[in-house]
Design a protein around this ligand. Structure first.
Ligand code: NAD
Length: 321
């Protein structure tokens, strides 16, 4: 068995490799070549942690495995650790034998950032100039850094429930040489692309905070009950997702579908747009929403890519198992 420790991931994995792996697996999912297994996610009743398993099989990339992990909300304040903790296990699809154990924390951040970037690549207007961020926590910096590579953005605007965290994303804008402005939620009307990445259980971004032609990537809602945007926004938009089953059960679309504002059949898998079997944006006034729920196959795709890189670069640890 190969081990790729968490500490090696930063030097091995790139945003480009994560983008490529995630785009490819979204395409395989839409082509029916790859499928996610039902997600297990449980409140532990300990440390207010949510813990679970996301697994799947990609018959095109021959990747089989699972990510075990979750969200420990007090890690940062109590222990100086990041709140998301996870590990990916890969298995040989021919034999079922374990192939690799891979640190999943940074990979989760990179694969999640890659997902909203894939949506921006395929759905945002080509002339998008202003990007708006709702959220300024750990994941927001990754989403923004990756998104900035997708269009010729000229300005970053941001809103966060805890305004004292906004310097986190201001720093990423500065790294890219872009001006940053903190705005109220109605200031998001100036954005051509909006990414929401919060742990909220009630909507912040309302339908009338979004201008025609905007692409909105909803990335924070990955659990039943969470919600970042008003359900009416999805009713006004064309809604794309990584996976329909997750979108209606634990993604942002759970609310609009439950309220009868949209139907499950209205949701379009982004892989279909990547494969060219479904249209993406059809006009400059259309609002597009990407409901990025985070699927196990994304984790397996980036883990598999990083194992290959670790083997190539001689940093994978081999153990008898
Ligand atoms: P974090 O704890 O570092 O940041 C949380 C963010 O949510 C902060 O911006 C905070 O101000 C904001 N927030 C907290 N309470 C809020 C409220 N009531 N209303 C509005 N905003 C509020 O967490 P993170 O690592 O940045 O993760 C953010 C979210 O993204 C979490 O919900 C996490 O589960 C989710 N996530 C999703 C995926 C995916 O694939 N879709 C992957 C990773 C994380």
């Amino acid at each position: 068995m190969l081990i790729v420790p968490e500490r090696e991931i930063a030097d091995l994995m790139t945003r480009e490799a994560a983008f490529e792996a995630v785009e490819k697996v979204f395409a395989a999912m839409a082509a029916g070549e790859a499928r996610n297994f039902p997600v297990v996610r449980e409140a532990l009743g300990h440390e207010e942690a949510l813990y679970g398993f996301k697994g799947g099989f990609d018959g095109a990339g021959l990747t089989l495995g699972l990510k075990a992990g979750g969200y420990w909300p007090h890690n940062l304040e109590r222990r100086g650790l990041i709140n998301h903790q996870s590990t990916v296990f890969l298995f040989d699809p021919d034999t079922g034998m374990v192939r690799a154990m891979v640190g999943g924390n940074l990979l989760t951040a990179l694969r999640t950032a890659a997902a909203s970037s894939v949506s921006i690549r395929h759905l945002a207007r080509p002339d998008a100039k202003v990007i708006g961020m709702i959220g300024a926590g750990h994941q927001a910096t990754f989403q923004l850094r990756a998104a900035l590579e997708q269009r010729g953005f000229e300005k970053v605007i941001g809103w966060n429930y805890h305004p004292e965290m906004l310097p986190n994303i201001e720093k990423v804008a500065a790294e890219a040489g872009l001006p940053f402005e903190a705005v109220e939620l109605d200031g998001m009307r100036a954005a051509d692309v909006i990414i929401s990445i919060t742990s909220a259980f009630a909507p912040s971004l309302m339908a009338d905070h979004v201008s025609p032609g905007t692409h909105v990537a909803c990335m924070g809602t990955d659990t039943k009950g969470k919600q970042e945007v008003e359900a009416a926004l999805l009713a006004r938009a064309t809604v794309f997702t990584d996976e329909v089953a997750q979108s209606v059960s634990l993604g942002e679309a759970q609310h609009a579908v439950a309220e009868g504002l949209i139907a499950e059949t209205d949701l379009i898998q982004i892989g279909e747009v990547i494969n060219g079997t479904h249209l993406g944006r059809t006009d400059a006034q259309e609002i597009t929403v990407f409901d990025g729920t985070g699927v196990g196959l994304q984790d397996l795709a980036v883990a598999s890519a990083v194992v290959d890189l670790a083997v190539e670069q001689g940093v994978a640890i081999e153990v008898d198992f």
